[in-house]
Write a protein that binds this ligand. Sequence first.
Ligand code: ZN
Length: 245
Amino acid sequence: MDNYEELNRIISESKHIVFFGGAGVSTESGIPDFRSKDGLYNQHDVQFDMYTPEYLLSINCLEDEPKVFFEFYRQKMNVDGIDPNKAHLKLAEMEKKGKLDGIITQNIDGLHQKAGSKNVQEVHGSTLRNYCKRCKKKYPEDAIFASKDPVPRCSICGGMIRPDVTLYGESLPTDAWRNSVKLVAEADCLIIGGTSLVVNPAASLAMGFRGKHLIIINKQSTPADRMAELVFHESISKVLDQIKL
Ligand SMILES: [Zn+2]
C-alpha cells in the first residue's frame, strides 16, 4: 500500500478529522511565509530596513509608531485578489461531506472561508476583520487598506482602527484557542500541514492530540514526524488533492 492509499484508508475510517495548518497552506496561494527564506523576513524595503518584521507587526509598533505600522501593513498584508488553492478547496469539500470537524489555522488571510469552510478557528486572527481600538466598533475588511489616512480613524470616536490580528506581544484570542484545544482533544485523526511545529502555540496544540492517527504534511521535516503514522514531505495541495471522498 503506498502512502496515498494509506492516507485514504485513514480518512475513510476516521470519524473526527481535524486539520491544523500553518503558513505552508497559504504560501501555495502566493502569500509569503514570514519565516521562510523567501518570506517577509528577507524582503528589504528601504524604509523598513531599520526595523525587524517582528517589531513591524507588534503591538508596540502599532502604539508607538502607528504610521510605520500601517504603511508596512498596507504594503505586505493585503490579500485582495489572492485565491484559495487545492488544499483549501479539498478541506472545504471534506467538511461539506461530513469528513472534517474543523480547521485550526495560524494564517490570517481568510482563504479557508473563501474556499467555503465554516468551522475555522483562526488562532492568530484575520486581516479581513478590523475594529476601533477605543470603542470596539467593527469595520469592514478594506477599512485599513482603502483608508486615505496614514492612520485609519473611527468615524464615531476618532480612535485608531486596528486589524483583528494577533500582533507580537499580544495574547491569542481566547475563544479560538479554547475551540482549537477542544477540536484537537476530540479528534481521532489530526492532519498537521504547512507548519514546522517549532514555534508555540503550534507545538503545544499538537501535544494535546490523543487520537489514533497523526498525519504530517510539510516540505521540511518537523520534530513531530517521529510521532506521526504518516509523513509527507511534499506540497500540501498536492497531497490533499489525492484524498478521494
Ligand atoms: Zn471608535
